[in-house]
Write a protein that binds this ligand. Structure first.
Ligand code: GLC
Length: 640
C-alpha cells in the first residue's frame, strides 16, 4: 500500500504542536508495518536552515492556482524508511514562523494545490492520501474539483485526520475563486459553506473517503455541540466514516531506562533514579528539598481549554494540601500573570516557569509524582502518556484522549493507571488531587503499584499504525497486512489468505489501555452497512463502505442517524476469533455471556455518559456560544 501523508509540520523538521509529533512518528511506524510511505510538507526557512545540506533537489514545476502561476521546488530526504518531501516556494514559506500570517489561506492553498500538482514527480502514485487539519484540507477538495481533476485521481482515496476541530480554516466566501481557485458551486451547494464562511475543514470532511481523529472518545465528542465548534451536525452526518485512533508516543525516545536527558535513569524494577530526579527537579526550580512531599506538575500551553480556570478557582485549597506545585508553559497573559502571582504566595512550595524548555520539561516528567491535566477538551494529549512512562501519575478530566489513556485507580481490584474526574468542576478536581496526594503520603505501596501499572502501559505507535492501516485497507479495498514483497511488487493484489487481517481485527479497544472499550465501539467507522456499489471482495477487511461520498460531496440534508450502534466495520472476517476482551462490537459473533454482559454494561455506561455530557453541554452552551463566537472572530481576523 502506498501512502502519502500530507502535513504542515513534522518532528524533527518543524514543530508548533502535537501534530508535528504525530507526523514525525506515525509515517515511520506505517513503514515498519510494511507500507510504502512518503510525507510531504512545506520547506520552511527553519527546515532549510537546519536540514538544507541533507536535502536532495528532485526537480521543479509550476503550480497554477486562480490567476497565479508559481514556482514549486521539490526536495527530498530519506529517513526511517520514509521519503520526506519538501515543497519549496520562497514567497510563501521562507519565513520565520509557520502560521499566523495574514496570507495563511493563500500559503496553504498553494501548498495543497502543489501537493496535487507534484504527485507526478513523487516516487509513487499513492493509493491513499492522508491529510491533516485545515492546512491540507484542500487536497481532497482539489482531487474532486472539476478544474483540477483528471481521471487518474479517481484511484486515490483520501483520509482527513482532525487533530483539533477548533481550527477550521474559515474565510470570507468572496475569496473562493481568487484565493483557492474554486468555483462558486462549492459554496452554493453548501459543501464548503458554514455560518456564512468558506470552511475548508467542513469541505474536507465531506469530500474525504474517511475521517478520523486522534482518540476514540474525541471522535464521539465531535458529534456534540460542546466540543465540535459548530461542526457537530456535519460530524454526525459523516459519522459512518468517522473513527478515532489513539495517538502513540515514541517509546524509545521517552524511555526512563535510557533517556539521556534526565539526571538518573530508572525502571519499574529500580526506581531509585526517580528519587534523584525528584531532588534535582526541586533544586532546579527552587522547591524545598522534601523527598516525601508529592510534586504535582503541569507542562502545558496556558490556554483556556487546558482547564486552567479550575486551578485558578481552587489554587489556595490545593496549596493547603501537603504537596508542591510546578508549572511550566507559556500562553494567555491572564494565566501567566495568575501563576506568576500565585508562585510568589507560596515560596518553596510552588514554582512557575513561563517558558518552553525541553530540558526542564523532561526533568519534570522524570522528577514529579503527579501530572495534572484538567482539560475542558483534549483531542488526544501526549503529555499524560509521557508522564506515565516516567512513573508520574496523571490526574485528568475524562475527556478525549485523556479518557482513553487514563484509567482511574481501583486499589481493590488492582487496576488503573492514574486519577480522573468527570465533571468540569474545580471541586471534583480538588477532591481527586486530595485523593492522589493522600494515597502518596499514606499508602506508599498502593501508590507504587499504581506507578508500576502506569509505567508498563503500551503507548507505542505500532498499535496506532495498524489502526490507520485498517482504515486505509477499508477505503481502498486492499487487503491488509500485505507481506513486504507484495507491497513492493507492482500493484498486484495480495492473495486472499494473506489478506487475513489478524492484527487489524482487534478492535481499537486494544489500543486503549483503559478497560472501557466503550468509546471505541461508539466510533466504529461502520455504523451503517456498506452500500453495495462499494462492495469489496468478501475476504477483505471490513469495508468502510461508509466511504460512500466518494464522488460527490454529500448534500447536507442526508444526515445519518449517528446513534445506532451497528458496528459492522469491526466485524472481523469470520475465520478470526477475536479475543474476548476486545470484542465490544461482536454481536455478530455470538458473544459469550460475559461479553454480552460487558457489552450491555458498556452501552449503559455510554448512554449514561452521553446523557451526562448532554446535560453538561446544555449548561455550558450559553456561555460557550459567546466564547466560541469571540474565538472565531479572533481567529478569522488572524487567518485573513
Ligand atoms: C492537537 C491536540 C492534541 C493532540 C495533538 C496530536 O495538538 O490538541 O490533543 O495530542 O493534536 O494529535
Amino acid at each position: 500500500m502506498k501512502i502519502l501523508y500530507v502535513t504542515s509540520e513534522a518532528v524533527p523538521f518543524c514543530k508548533t504542536g502535537g501534530l508535528a509529533d504525530v507526523a514525525g512518528s506515525l509515517p515511520p511506524a506505517l513503514a515498519e508495518q510494511g507500507a510504502e510511505v512518503a510525507v510531504i510538507l512545506p520547506l520552511y526557512a527553519r527546515v532549510r536552515d537546519r536540514f538544507g545540506d541533507q536535502l536532495k533537489f528532485e526537480r521543479y514545476d509550476y503550480v497554477d492556482l486562480a490567476w497565479r502561476h508559481s514556482y514549486c521546488g521539490l526536495f527530498s530526504l530519506e529517513k526511517d524508511g520514509v521519503t520526506w518531501y519538501f515543497l519549496d516556494n520562497e514567497q510563501y514559506f521562507n519565513r520565520g514562523t509557520l502560521y499566523g500570517q495574514a496570507d495563511d489561506g493563500e500559503r496553504f492553498a498553494f501548498f495543497s494545490r502543489a501537493v496535487v500538482r507534484m504527485l507526478d514527480h513523487l516516487k509513487f502514485w499513492p493509493d491513499v492520501i492522508n491529510c491533516n487539519d485545515w492546512q491540507s484540507a484542500l487536497v481532497p477538495i482539489y482531487l474532486k474539483d472539476d478544474g483540477v481533476r483528471e481521471e487518474r485521481f479517481r484511484s486515490i482515496k483520501t483520509v482527513l485526520t482532525i487533530h483539533n476541530i477548533e481550527y477550521q480554516g474559515r474565510y470570507n466566501p468572496y475569496v473562493l475563486g481568487e484565493l483557492f481557485g474554486l468555483d462558486a458551486g462549492w459554496v452554493k451547494d453548501g459543501t464548503m459553506l458554514m455560518d456564512g464562511d468558506v470552511n475548508l475543514l467542513k469541505g474536507a470532511v465531506l469530500c474525504s473517503d474517511a475521517v478520523n481523529t486522534v482518540s476514540p472518545t474525541y471522535a464521539n465528542e465531535l458529534k456534540m455541540p460542546y466540543f465540535a465548534h459548530r461542526m457537530e451536525s456535519i460530524m454526525r452526518q459523516c459519522s459512518n466514516k468517522l473513527s478515532g485512533v489513539l495517538n502513540g508516543i515514541d517509546m524509545k525516545l521517552y524511555d526512563p531506562r535510557t533517556d539521556e536527558r534526565i539526571l538518573k535513569n530508572f525502571s519499574i524494577e529500580d526506581m531509585a533514579g526517580k528519587d534523584e530526579c525528584k531532588t534535582e527537579l526541586q533544586r532546579m526550580v527552587g522547591l524545598r528539598e522534601e523527598p516525601h512531599t508529592p510534586i504535582v506538575a503541569m507542562v502545558s500551553r496556558l490556554v483556556s481549554h487546558k482547564g486552567l480556570d479550575l486551578i485558578c478557582e481552587v489554587l489556595h485549597d490545593m496549596m493547603e494540601l501537603p504537596m508542591q506545585l510546578v508549572v511550566l508553559g507559556t500562553g494567555d497573559q491572564r494565566y501567566e500573570e495568575f501563576f506568576h502571582w500565585a508562585a510568589q504566595q507560596y515560596p518553596g512550595r510552588m514554582a512557575v516557569r513561563m517558558d518552553y524548555n525541553e530540558d526542564l520539561s523532561m526533568a519534570i516528567y522524570a522528577g514529579a509524582d503527579l501530572f495534572l491535566m484538567p482539560s475542558k477538551s483534549e483531542p488526544c494529549g501526549l503529555s499524560q502518556m509521557i508522564a506515565m512512562r516516567y512513573g508520574t501519575l496523571p490526574i485528568v478530566r475524562e475527556t478525549g484522549g485523556l479518557k482513553d489513556t487514563v484509567q482511574p485507580h481501583d486499589d481493590y481490584n488492582g487496576v488503573g493507571n492514574g486519577f480522573s474526574f468527570t465533571n468540569y468542576s474545580s471541586g471534583d478536581m480538588l477532591h481527586v488531587i486530595r485523593e492522589a496526594v493522600y494515597l502518596y503520603k499514606d499508602y506508599p505501596d498502593l501508590f507504587s503499584n499504581l506507578r508500576q501499572r502506569a509505567m508498563s502501559c503500551d503507548f507505542s505507535w505500532a498499535r496506532s499504525a495498524r489502526e490507520y492501516l485498517r482504515i486505509y485497507a477499508t477505503i481502498t479495498g486492499q487487503p491488509w497486512p500485505i507481506p513486504l514483497e507484495t507491497t513492493r511488487a507492482a500493484d498486484a493484489p495480495a492473495p486472499a489468505e494473506e489478506a487475513t487481517p489478524v492484527e487489524e481485527a482487534a478492535p481499537a479497544a486494544e489500543a486503549v489501555p483503559a478497560e472501557e472499550p466503550a468509546p471505541v465501539a461508539e466510533v466504529a467507522p461502520a455504523e451503517e452497512p456498506a452500500p453495495a456499489a462499494e462492495a469489496v471482495p468478501a475476504e477483505e477487511p471490513a469495508p468502510v463502505a461508509e466511504v460512500a461520498p466518494a464522488e460527490e460531496p454529500a448534500p447536507a440534508a442526508e444526515a445519518t442517524t449517528a446513534e445506532e450502534p451497528a458496528p459492522a466495520a469491526e466485524a472481523a472476517p469470520a475465520e478470526e476469533p477475536a479475543p474476548a476482551e476486545e470484542t465490544v462490537p461482536a454481536e455478530e459473533k455470538k458473544p459469550a455471556k460475559k461479553t454480552q454482559k460487558a457489552a450491555a454494561k458498556t452501552e449503559e455506561k455510554a448512554e449514561k455518559a452521553e446523557k451526562k455530557t448532554a446535560k453538561k453541554a446544555v449548561k455550558a452552551t450559553t456561555a460557550k456560544t459567546t466564547i466560541a463566537k469571540k474565538g472565531t472572530a479572533g481567529k478569522k481576523k488572524s487567518a485573513e
